[in-house]
Design a protein around this ligand. Sequence first.
Ligand code: DX5
Ligand code: ZN
Length: 209
Amino acid sequence: MKIAISFLKSKYNLKETIKKINNTNADYIHVDVMDGKFVQNTSNNYLEIKDILKEQKKPLDVHLMTKDPIKYIIDYKNLSPHIITIHYEINKNIDDLIDLIHSYNIKAGISIKPKTSIEDIEKYLDKVDNVLIMSVEPGFGGQKFMDSVLYKIDILNKLRKEKNYNYIISIDGGINYETKNKVKNADLIISGSYICMSDNYQEKIDSLK
Ligand code: DX5
Ligand code: ZN
């Protein structure tokens, strides 16, 4: 199981947080991008994030919580991320957006909010590289993990086996020492405040492995 760190909520300032993440064995930095429309919260803009990430040394896992992802995909592709993930619920042409991400040779992911079912995204499963299950309502770090989404991990594992799909299964929101045991069958866990609100990032990561 791999670990990505979200730096939405941290005890330290952003640049210091990135330095601390560099000094861990985390697999990715998870970049939460929010537009104030798809979710209530707004993140730093692209140029600010670019500057914050100047010193970063990990592959990037970009999570676009934005209603209109095109301009964000076009911006964020310049940071050569490993993955860019968009949300299913934006009512846009998902196929075109996945193709756009792939056209830059970047892995494409689809994310679903807690109330969205796997059935809704089944038609995209053969072309995505990542399925990101939200275990909190997107928008804020530090929320409580929702057990009600756990069944989705099992369905995605079953479908992948049956149909030979290639996606990884990720889960994002409320992951800590207690909830990590519930998500053992995911491939990538994203953890934010549990790690970044502590003094010793590596110790927290070790406790998740
Ligand atoms: C929520 C974000 C998550 C969040 C994770 O909108 O997508 O990535 O920051 O943070 P924690 O682990 O604090 O829930
Ligand atoms: Zn996220």
